[in-house]
Ligand binder design. Sequence first.
Ligand SMILES: [Zn+2]
Length: 210
Amino acid sequence: MDAVQTLKRALGTVGRGDFETTGPGDITWPREKIAVFVQGCLQYGCETHGKISTPGWKQRSRINRDRAQRTDQDLASRGWTVVRFFECEVTATTGSAVDTILDQFDSVGDDLDDAHVEMETKVRVAIQDLELRVGQSALIRFLSVVGGLGASAFRRKDVEHALIEREGWAIDDFKKAWRGCMHHQIIRYRSDGVHTAALFKPVMKEMGIK
Ligand SMILES: [Zn+2]
């Protein structure tokens, strides 16, 4: 059984047989963006078996390693995690190769979870602060107006007009709400000077609007 087959079988026994073999690697998990390559010892020049190969193979293995490096850089730039083994590593220490692969799943999952928790915390802090500034019902109205204008790009004076002139808001309340939203990046300036609502949707959702 070759090294890739050995690794596939071992992954199956630890419940990670959900890989595909058509992705960029020999073994690939497209959803988690993890690609595993098993490199021939001679073709890629491993520490042990590369030394005893002929000059011709040494040159060829250098070319292969350079190409592999470019592949890894390309994959990494598209968000992939790449793991490479030599055949002899897989066959001699299959268990540790599997552990190395399983570690990648942990780090991918943790990153996503951490980012999610961070976002939720940010949103909750923002809402608490804004409720202190303008009160809950005013905040809901403010967010509804921004949402009505289209959260991806709008003008401040349109929000101001809708709230102050049409609904009789105090100008100070509008400024408190606006500044608070800017402070928490619920609203922010784009480089072209237009306003966008960066954290708008999660804030709306957290407040139970719409
Ligand atoms: Zn080797």
